[in-house]
Design a protein around this ligand. Structure first.
Ligand code: SF4
Length: 52
């Protein structure tokens, strides 16, 4: 279980100081069904846009 999630998406409403994710949980999805061969094929579906 990940206790600290660091995230570079600074315009997400869940992004906190130090680029830490403040969401209670995150949902990570794959662009290739339920499998991925590298990190570029995954994304956080919990993202919610905030101020750019
Ligand atoms: S919810 Fe996802 S995109 Fe938003 S800060 Fe957390 S890890 Fe990053």
């Amino acid at each position: 279980m990940a206790l600290d999630v660091l995230c570079e998406v600074t315009n997400c409403v869940h992004n906190r100081e130090g680029r830490k994710c403040g969401a209670e949980e995150i949902y990570v999805v794959s662009h290739k069904g339920n499998k991925a061969t590298n990190s570029e094929e995954t994304d956080c579906k919990t993202f919610e846009p905030g101020v750019l």
